[in-house]
Design a protein. Structure first.
Length: 156
């Protein structure tokens, strides 16, 4: 696709590539999907929220990136772990477990509104969950990447 991918295009691509994901909320240029992902051992209920920018908005990947949350099973911390209680997450709420997944470095242009969620965000969520399951078992995060403290996410 060329140009900013509209929310209608994002929804169509998600429906085509990930039919188990349902749009649970749609408001203007925003949509939220919920669906299952099972990379290895557990099936996770995942929520992806996104607002497609208008052409005139400043394209800031920290503000425009999709927000991905694991709804269940609940992510479990490893207290005292060198990676942190939960590695590669953004704390978005009052609870220490209310987090969004950190799946890419917004400063390195790995993702932009020119890309589809179906072809980037969902596969990256699968990679993140795989790395998380490995980290829970071994204490080693194999997903690589650099973790930023707290970017500004869509809706903030």
């Amino acid at each position: 696709m060329s140009g900013i991918v509209s929310i209608d295009q994002q929804i169509a691509m998600m429906t085509d590539k990930w039919p188990a994901f349902e749009v649970i909320r749609r408001e203007g240029a925003s949509a939220t999907w919920r669906g299952p992902l099972r990379p290895l051992l557990q099936t996770c209920s995942v929520e992806i929220s996104y607002r497609a920018p208008s052409v005139i908005e400043l394209l800031d990947n920290r503000r425009l990136q999709p927000r991905v949350r694991i709804l269940s099973p609940r992510l479990r911390p490893r207290r005292g772990d060198p990676e942190g209680q939960l590695p590669h997450v953004y704390y978005i709420g009052d609870s220490a477990l209310d987090v969004a997944l950190c799946m890419f470095d917004p400063d390195s242009d790995e993702w932009s509104p020119l890309m589809t969620i179906a072809e980037t965000t969902v596969p990256w969520a699968i990679d993140w969950i795989t790395s998380y399951e490995g980290w829970r078992a071994t204490g080693t995060w194999t997903g690589g990447g650099k973790h930023l403290e707290k970017p500004v996410l869509a809706g903030e």
